[in-house]
Ligand binder design. Structure first.
Ligand SMILES: [Zn+2]
Length: 144
């Protein structure tokens, strides 16, 4: 009937047969319990990995928000610097200077934001690929 050794499952108590007569001491649960245990460990591992990924994304979003809060301060500092060099200039020059200066600040801010968003997107893509590979690996392991 069976080519293996009959053992009692230490998890559910059911009797089960091992696949062969050569049995290592660490086989102590029936295939059902072993499978459930392995699956829950893998699920736990994946959940933890996803939680870590979400947490790091949240941290980065916080940094982007923090940078956005800094924008008015940066603009004010730039304007103060412009004001210091305004003495001796005519009204038209001043208006032109401020317009140019503001356009420059705006350009820098946009470039800065785009750079950090690009870096953020690249890291995010890498994480998604890593997670995806992990999920494929786990699905294959579960099928075995
Ligand atoms: Zn069992």
């Amino acid at each position: 009937m069976s080519k293996g050794i009959i053992k009692d499952c230490r998890v559910c108590g059911k009797q089960f047969s091992t696949n062969s007569m050569k049995v290592s001491a660490d086989i102590y649960s029936c295939p059902d319990c072993w499978g459930k245990n392995k699956q829950s460990a893998l699920t736990k591992n994946l959940t933890e990995k996803m939680n870590r990924a979400v947490m790091s994304i949240e941290t980065r979003l916080d940094k982007v928000e923090e940078a956005n809060r800094m924008i008015p301060m940066i603009v004010n500092a730039e304007l103060s610097n412009s004001m210091l060099s305004l003495n001796g200039l005519s009204g038209v020059d001043i208006k032109e200077l401020i317009t140019t200066e503001l356009a420059e600040v705006k350009k820098e801010l946009v470039e800065h934001q785009l750079d950090s968003i690009k870096i953020f997107q690249k890291k995010l893509q890498k994480q998604v690929i890593t997670l995806n590979n992990k999920i494929i690996k786990i699905m294959q392991e579960m099928k075995e």
